[in-house]
Write a protein that binds this ligand. Structure first.
Ligand code: G6P
Length: 477
């Protein structure tokens, strides 16, 4: 039986199951940044990754994949409905994104969430070597840190929260608010995207549990009357910036960027939105601003086209079904009102594309629109910046995306302020090359310096220090 020194626990495994031509099943590495970031660390540490294979009911034995030991956790169709679609994506997701959509609190979902979290914790406990480090990822698994600590007090446990953590006034709606905080506090380090998220968490702990907090430290009582320290702090996540730079320099990708412009009828300016089709992304607000600019006669379809890539997501959750209908209605209306035979207002693509095509699109786009109403980080903003090796292009960035903390040279907007957004779009369309260059160079410095490898290193270093300190407290107790 494998015993790993480093175990990552995430809702999804870092691979996707694919059927090859002959009907045989095989695995392919998933495209995400987390996967790329952790791959070298996992290789070095003889790491294991515990996660769901992404489809209902499939039982797969642990297997090796590109230097990582993968431990699949099986979920039945019913568990996917209650734990993943229900509790994770119809309760926590809207609640943690400031109730943009109404969270639903259902006890059967919670029961399934507890049960599935226990299964992930048990799988991690089994594969972790004595004294190993376990790194739990994201809101689907908030109870795992404490469950693991109870099963395996020898482990060093970290947790990273990829999405926002809301103010207590909202968080306190959660009927299980104490259990979730206790679950997270099982970790030695609880990482957040922004300092504001870490602050909201510490305040929730003070209000709901009455544990003392000091700077980023929280004093957590153990069952035996002793205490330990949990660190709650911001570690803003990033992307594998070098791989975007490399793609952006490839001649075939640059040629593809030129071809995209051509295919769109060579408009003077291309605006771009790239999002999972999610109500947190502010796609409606963006369409409203763009539609009004056409209506006002500030822009015309011959001159400006908006490309909106909206990749399919969580399609069985009602709020997502509704959102898709609304977006498609709005796109249809705008195109119906303004398209000509040769030009379209909005090229809407409800599809996912490989990274190569995305980089070509980034290079083709004069203005990138990130208009999230709330977003943990927004890695698309960082991807756009990394791809612009030519120091051209303008990033319009919502203040409500975590990325706004670091990317202060973007054109900042409040997506609720439609007039403000319209002005920002016009300013970006008209921005002189010299100003584009100045801003883009500053943005690129930030993104290239703070890549995802640096993120994982700094989290793991903090975890190592916190784990060592807590072990010392335990041993002297
Ligand atoms: C966000 C979450 C991730 C999640 C991803 C895609 O980025 O923070 O945990 O994996 O969305 O959502 P999905 O539900 O398809 O996993």
């Amino acid at each position: 039986m494998t015993q790993a020194e480093l175990v990552v626990v995430a809702n999804r495994l870092p691979v996707d199951r694919v059927a090859d031509g002959s009907g045989e099943q095989s695995w392919r590495r998933s495209p995400g940044g987390l996967v790329t970031a952790l791959e070298p660390v996992m290789r070095r540490a003889d790491g294991a990754w515990v996660g769901w294979p992404g489809q209902p009911g499939i039982e797969v034995e642990p297997f090796e994949f590109e230097g990582t030991h993968l431990v699949p956790v099986s979920l039945s169709a019913e568990e996917i409905e209650l734990y993943y679609e229900g509790m994770s994506n119809d309760t926590f997701w809207p609640l943690y994104h400031d109730v943009i959509a109404e969270p639903r609190y259902r006890r059967v979902w919670w029961d399934a969430y507890v049960k599935v979290n226990r299964r992930f914790a048990a799988a991690a406990a089994e594969v972790a070597a004595p004294g190993a480090t376990v790194w739990v990822q994201d809101y689907q698994l908030q109870l795992v840190p404490r469950m693991l600590r109870e099963a395996r007090p020898d482990l060093v446990i970290g947790y990273f929260h990829h999405i926002p953590f809301p103010a207590y006034g909202l968080y306190s709606q959660l009927p299980w608010r104490r259990q979730v905080l206790e679950g997270l506090l099982g970790a030695d380090v609880i990482g957040f995207q922004r300092a504001a998220d870490a602050g909201n968490f510490a305040r929730a702990v003070r209000r709901a549990l009455r544990y003392p907090t000091k700077a980023s430290g929280i004093t957590v009582p153990n069952d035996d009357g002793t205490t330990r320290n949990a660190l709650a702090k911001a570690f803003p996540i990033s992307i594998d910036a070098a791989s975007y730079v490399e793609l952006a320099r490839r001649p075939e990708i640059r040629a593809r960027a030129a071809e995209i412009r051509e295919e769109l009828g060579n408009p003077k300016k291309i605006l771009l939105g790239v999002d999972r089709l999610d109500y947190t992304k502010g796609i409606r607000h963006r369409l409203k601003a763009f539609g009004e600019l056409l209506e006002d006669g500030k822009i015309s379809v011959e001159e400006v086209t908006l490309v909106q890539v909206a990749s399919p997501s969580r399609e069985r959750v009602e709020a997502y079904v509704q959102l898709r209908d609304e977006i498609e209605l709005r796109v249809g209306r705008i195109n119906g009102d303004f398209d000509t035979m040769g030009h379209t207002a909005i090229r809407y693509l409800h599809q996912a594309y490989p990274r190569e095509e995305m980089v070509a699109l980034f290079l083709a786009a004069d203005v990138m629109l990130v208009t999230a109403l709330r977003d943990g980080m927004n890695l698309v903003a960082k991807e756009y910046v990394a791809a612009r090796t030519d120091n051209r292009g303008v990033l319009v960035l919502s203040e409500f995306a975590g990325a706004a903390d670091e990317l202060s040279s973007a054109v900042r907007i409040n997506p609720h302020d439609i007039d403000g957004m319209k002005d920002a779009i016009m300013r970006s369309i008209e921005m002189p090359a010299a100003e584009q260059g100045r801003r883009m160079r500053a943005l690129r410095r930030k993104v290239l310096e703070n890549d995802v490898a640096r993120w994982s290193q700094s989290f793991l270093a903090a975890l190592d220090a916190a784990g060592t300190a807590n072990r010392a407290i335990r041993e002297t107790a």
